[in-house]
Design a protein around this ligand. Structure first.
Ligand code: ATP
Length: 598
């Protein structure tokens, strides 16, 4: 790692040499434009690569910055710094507007909308020729003029531009590895999971667009200063696509790769210029070759160079995964045999559902469902496939809105709160199909869900404690995508319990787990309950439910058909007819679970 820091310093020092090394003005200009476009591409990569919001109008955002600063300096004679600050303020406002737009329009539609930005920008500049200079553009904009250095603009601008670019990358890197960066990556990897774990995805998207626009406009301002000239031809749809190419070639989501991508896309066409009319074709072939050889782009190189400043990841040692968990099973089985005390019928109600209904088109997922979850209990919700169990959990966690009815947590109706607000009130969940943020480390996954007020060090301590609690502290630096299913499930549980939630909603936590881990799960639930967490668990493994739960609610075709102690439920004729009868064969196969129930 120290070697890499030295290498990076040497590289930076080498990049500072050109103005002193007799390089001609033409190539200095090419390099200056590279650093400027690298800043714009960086903003684009923060929105598109890191947060997953495709932006196809970054050149227009550059243009907005360039024209705002240029017009203020030429027409109103504002000083450089004031004009630059105003341009950045306008960019922030445009970023907020785009962020608000992203709440209404998503995915490809949003991408197309941002494409239209290019045309709107071009039309405004051309039609307002009296102010903007129309197709002729604005000339004689005061640019770089360093008092201590004579020489042409490109030579004077080189070091300030390089320094600004390095600063922009340092800032982006700092954002990337901290809380905001984790939130942005979580929104990209799995927005629904992010929302359920307390991330206000709307606020994060607004921030991503603001960053995109801010870096874009900053690049625009620098462009004006470095060239003293601005015209609509500098910021066309073609430039926007070139910026997208820079981020793709540089590796979507890779901060370090962005500058390499920008360098390649800016410098290569100049290298091929001798091929005259074939130079663009040669350029296209070169770009394709890079992508074919390394589909992740040059981010691989960039990430390698910046590794000392990126979240530490280590490769998996045992891909099969569960070996190191096996030693714990005996102890867990003891826990699972269940010494915990169920709360009495007079324990206060934590969650109260009343008349909850939800339909999807013609399908009634839930119809007038009412029941209570008491503090400190483990409540099982069972029923045939499609009976509305997941929909109930989705409503309680804010992912689905109920059509009718109330869901009170304590004294507050949470049925219509957004997921992140429900998480803030002490409700956490896991998903039927594990939903981790796969590009992030296990530690980052858990740190992001932590709601404490401290900084990263506090978050890391809480996350490590939660991982140790699940017996998987050794996985902390592993990439979530490299985990086995059982390991992922335990990480998801650590993520859901890092804040010691009041209520934990589990959607089929044992699905896909092998026998040993099912027992471990049973032990974990008992332990959580002892620590004061109330648990609502949807589960198909009936013997596990009967062994673990204090009470059981049975749903069928969206309606509650029974509620009571496990022994009562097992004898209920409606439950046997609608569900338990059909489950017999299933449980007979699930031998390890039988030992839990024994
Ligand atoms: N987003 C959705 N859009 C359309 N229909 C949905 C949606 N979510 C659930 N449904 C339908 O609502 C009904 C209840 O589904 P739900 O997933 O809540 O059942 P479940 O009891 O959890 O089933 P399973 O045990 O198979 O997970 C099903 O008929 C399902 O197809």
């Amino acid at each position: 790692m120290t070697g890499r820091k030295i290498l990076l310093l040497v590289l930076l020092a080498a990049l500072a040499l050109p103005p002193f090394a007799g390089i001609n003005t033409y190539w200095l200009h090419v390099l200056n434009v590279t650093w400027i476009f690298a800043i714009a591409a960086l903003g684009l990569n923060l929105a598109t690569g890191v947060t997953g919001q495709i932006v196809l109008g970054q050149a227009a955002l550059m243009g907005i910055g360039a024209y705002t600063a240029g017009l203020l300096m030429v027409r109103l004679h504002w000083p450089l710094l004031a004009a630059a600050a105003a341009a950045l303020a306008v960019a922030v406002a445009v970023g907020v507007a785009l962020g608000l737009l992203s709440m209404r329009i998503k995915g490809h539609y949003l991408a197309i909308t941002t494409l239209a930005l290019n045309e709107i920008f071009r039309q405004v500049v051309l039609n307002e020729a009296g102010v903007t200079g129309g197709p002729m553009g604005l000339r004689d904009i005061p640019g770089f003029a360093l008092p201590f250095w004579s020489g042409d603009v490109d030579r004077q601008a080189y070091l300030p531009l390089l320094a600004t670019m390095v600063l922009a990358f340092a800032l982006a890197l700092a954002l990337y590895r901290r809380r905001l960066g984790r939130q942005m990556r979580a929104v990209r990897d799995d927005e629904l999971a992010a929302e359920s774990m307390g991330v206000d995805s709307r606020a994060i998207k607004v921030r991503a667009f603001v960053l995109c626009s801010f870096f874009g406009a900053a690049a625009g301002v620098l462009y004006v200063l470095a060239t003293g000239f601005v015209s609509p031809n500098n910021f066309t749809i073609f430039e926007s696509i070139r910026l997208v190419l820079m981020t793709v070639i540089g590796g979507l989501g890779s901060i370090g790769g962005t500058v390499i991508g920008a360098a390649l896309i800016t410098i290569l066409p100049e290298v091929f210029r001798d091929l005259q009319e074939y130079y663009m074709a040669a350029f296209a072939v070169a770009v394709l070759a890079v992508l074919l050889l390394e589909p992740r782009g040059l981010g691989v190189v960039g990430d390698w160079l910046l590794a000392p400043w990126l979240p530490q990841q280590e490769k998996g040692r045992e891909p099969g995964g569960l070996a190191s968990l096996k030693g714990q099973e005996a102890g867990v089985a003891e826990l699972a045999s269940g010494a915990a005390v169920a709360p009495g019928p007079l324990a206060p109600v934590l969650l109260q559902a009343r008349g909850v209904s939800k339909h999807f088109g013609g399908v009634y997922a839930l119809q007038d469902v009412s029941f209570d979850v008491r503090e400190g209990e483990i409540l099982g919700v069972i029923g045939p496939n499609g009976s509305g169990k997941s929909t109930f959990i989705n409503i309680c966690s804010g992912i689905v809105r109920a059509d009718a009815g109330r869901v009170r947590l304590g004294s507050e109706d949470i049925a219509r709160l957004p997921a992140w607000d429900i998480h803030a009130r002490g409700v956490a969940r896991i998903f039927q199909n594990v939903r981790l943020w796969e590009s992030m480390t296990v530690l980052e996954n858990v740190m992001l869900a932590w709601r404490g007020t401290g900084g990263d060090a506090e978050a890391e301590r809480a996350a490590r404690q939660a991982l140790d609690g699940m017996g998987i502290g050794f996985l902390a630096r592993r990439r979530a995508a490299d985990l086995s299913f059982g390991q992922s499930r335990l990480v998801e549980l650590a993520r859901a319990t890092v804040n010691k939630p009041k209520l934990l909603l589990l959607d089929e936590p044992a699905a896909g787990l092998r026998g040993g881990l099912v027992m471990e799960l049973a032990g974990i639930l008992q332990r959580l309950r002892e620590q004061g967490t109330t648990v609502l668990v949807v589960e198909h493994r009936i013997k596990l439910v009967m062994a673990m739960c204090d009470r059981v609610v049975v749903l069928n075709l969206g309606e509650k058909i029974a509620e009571g102690r496990p022994d009562e439920i097992q004898k209920d004729a409606r439950v046997v007819e609608a569900y338990l009868g059909e489950r017999t064969g299933y449980d007979a196969d699930a031998a390890p679970v039988a030992s839990v129930a024994a």
